[in-house]
Design a protein. Structure first.
Ligand code: C2E
Ligand code: CA
Ligand code: CA
Length: 595
């Protein structure tokens, strides 16, 4: 029935072209990226949306430069492989998320799906939805879950997270961690007077200033209100944390300006240390809070450690560290000299130069309080040079005054020994002061020699060649290998006072001392015991054939005036072979009448 067929053809045709029109609208105007590709992935046709998502042009497409598989970022390509395998079996794959690399190199997060074109063995159709905006929104939500919206600093949540990670890392190293809680003094009043808009501005400014006080590896957080927190990860000593606390307080005490109005702030800080005060995040924060409360009780502008005693100690150390350089410039350092005597004859054979600091406010300070600080900030090199120069000068001037020449022993810190110009600087000092190199002895610890044994051997040989004596201080406490000991050009081993202390009560210590003396003699070295305080100790050392002794039994370290008197005494009365060990000529006793 031709008429009916005609009608059907016409309707079919119409339906077909409507269908085509609809499809091409979807293709041309849809927001989903659509492309057709062959089985190798080469894109043969693509809509505008697709080109826009991946950032390529129609020319790139015509030139055959677009391959959907190659657009995929490397770490997602296994997902494409998997989808292709599924498609080979079922003809389609479930949509999945991946990232494409745009033409300009940036990344486009997308949702991707593909299917075989029906009726064709060799053609695929791919659908790509741009997730960029969605991801950005998600990141923003995430960001504000962990950051403070006002200052953009990490919030309490993120701070705790970082603290936990830092604790794990600190567990594996020697370092300490410090948590500082910072609170602005009188902030409630400021808030009331300024109004919250200005107060917010102030908090933003405070955040910036605190951030500028610390390293990038440290975390600054705002817990809300005027509560800020600091996590310091590179703390060697409590003073390091105190230093930052002071720095923060100083920085915050500089004027803030709002609408030409000057505003001054002070702050209180509580400090807690890991592992000393707490080992876990919660307790660290709690102890820092306790310390903060104590700081607040002091009515502002104070910091406090959780362990109260530490605050005063850290403060004192900070003062000392700040005064070290000026102390050196203002010649506040002095040297005391401690006699070293022959163990049999009690003849004075040498002296050890020991530095002290006459601090204008704190009185006479001993090396234990400041040598460590000087080592940390490098001033030990200048201080050590000053000691050596002054000791050489002093020794020379005693000679010039007519006293018998005496060797002077000077302590060298590890850092000083490692100076490349050490040998030159020693030579220069000897030249300037005119002291016979034979009369200078350098005391080094095992630690400073063993830091770089090969370099040490070279330096020691150079010093030795000049005629200088070398002794190993605190011997027995370090880790010298016997093998090296043989190769070092050393003159003297100095037995550490910790072994001497218990020589009569601890058989192990006596055995160690005995072994050191035997070892020294086998290597043809001189051996001296330090820290000899009692007659019993002296007798044991005599029995073990130690060569020389130094300690309070004979004399404490003496000022120049005292030592001069001692030398004069020796010239007139002489020290004395006639005394035996039951009638010890303690130089301390000898000296008592002119103290
Ligand atoms: P050290 O080299 O082991 O010095 C010996 C220390 O033991 C001195 O303490 C001395 O006063 C003390 N001492 C002496 N006899 C006795 C005793 O019978 N009993 C006890 N208990 N102690 C005794 P000082 O002067 O406080 O020096 C401490 C450390 O400071 C020295 O230990 C040395 O390592 C360092 N030091 C001192 N002066 C200098 C210096 O000019 N440069 C460097 N780098 N370090 C120095
Ligand atoms: Ca010493
Ligand atoms: Ca020593």
């Amino acid at each position: 029935m031709p008429p009916k067929k005609l009608l059907t053809d016409a309707a079919g045709h119409q339906a077909l072209s409507r269908c085509e029109a609809r499809l091409s609208s979807i293709f041309d105007y849809g927001i989903t990226g659509i492309c057709f590709a062959d089985l190798e992935g080469l894109v043969t046709e693509a809509n505008e949306a697709f080109l826009k998502i991946v950032g390529y042009t129609r020319e790139d497409l015509s030139a055959g430069r677009l391959n959907w598989r190659e657009l995929t970022a490397q770490e997602y390509r296994h997902l494409d492989d998997y989808a292709t395998e599924i498609m080979n079996v079922t003809g389609t794959c479930a949509p999945f998320a991946k990232e494409c690399i745009r033409k300009d190199g940036s990344r486009a997060p997308v949702l991707f799906g593909a299917a075989r074109v029906s009726g064709s063995e060799k053609e695929l159709v791919c659908f790509t939805v741009d997730l960029t905006e969605y991801k950005q929104a998600e990141e923003k939500v995430n960001y504000f879950a962990y950051h403070d919206a006002l200052t953009n600093l990490p919030n309490h949540e993120l701070f705790k997270d970082r603290l936990k990670h830092a604790l794990l890392a600190a567990d594996r190293s020697e370092r300490k961690l410090a948590v500082l809680l910072i609170d602005l003094d009188r902030f409630a009043t400021i808030n009331d007077t300024l109004g919250y808009v200005t107060a917010d501005q102030l908090l933003r400014e405070v955040a910036k200033r605190i951030v500028a006080c610390v390293r990038e590896s440290d975390t600054v957080a705002r817990f809300g209100g005027d509560d800020f927190a600091l996590l310091l990860t590179e703390v060697n000593r409590p003073e390091d944390a105190a230093k930052i606390a002071r720095h923060v307080q100083e920085t915050l005490s500089a004027a803030f300006y709002f609408d030409e109005q000057e505003l001054f702030l002070t702050s209180s800080i509580g400090i807690s240390l890991n592992p000393d005060d707490a080992k876990d995040a919660v307790t660290l924060l709690k102890t820092a809070g306790t310390a903060l409360n104590r700081a607040k009780e002091l009515h502002g502008n104070h910091y406090q450690f959780y362990q109260a005693g530490r605050t005063t100690k850290a403060l004192r150390q900070l003062v000392l560290e700040n005064n070290l350089r000026s102390g050196l410039e203002r010649e506040e350092f002095i040297i005391h000299y401690q006699p070293q005597v022959n163990i049999q004859s009690f003849q004075l054979v040498a002296m050890e130069a020991l530095v002290r600091w006459e601090h204008p406010a704190l009185g006479l300070l001993y090396p234990a309080e400041f040598i460590g600080l000087a080592e940390d900030n490098g001033l030990i090199v200048s201080i050590g040079e000053w000691v050596m120069r002054t000791a050489c000068l002093q020794s020379k001037s005693w000679q010039d005054a007519g006293f018998d020449p005496l060797r002077v022993a000077v302590n060298l810190s590890a850092r000083q020994f490692q100076q490349p110009a050490l040998v030159e600087s020693v030579a220069q000092i000897l030249k300037d002061t005119g002291l016979d190199p034979n009369l200078l002895e350098l005391e080094l610890t095992e630690g400073s020699i063993m830091k770089d044994p090969n370099q040490a051997i070279r330096k020691l040989h150079e010093l030795k060649a000049m005629g200088i004596h070398i002794s190993v201080d605190d011997f027995g406490t370090g880790y010298s290998s016997l093998n090296y000991l043989k190769r070092f050009p050393i003159d003297t081993l100095k037995i550490d006072k910790s072994f001497v202390k218990d020589i009569n009560t601890d058989p192990d210590n006596e055995a160690i001392v005995s072994a050191i003396i035997t070892l020294a003699h086998a290597l043809k070295l001189n051996v001296i015991a330090e820290g000899v305080e009692t007659q019993e100790q002296l007798e044991s050392l005599q029995m073990l054939k130690c060569d020389e002794v130094q300690g309070f039994l004979f004399s404490t370290p003496l000022s120049v005036a005292e030592f001069t008197a001692l030398l004069a005494e020796r010239l007139t009365i002489g020290i004395t072979k006639d005394y035996n060990t039951t009638r010890l000529p303690s130089l301390v006793n000898v000296l008592q009448h002119f103290r």
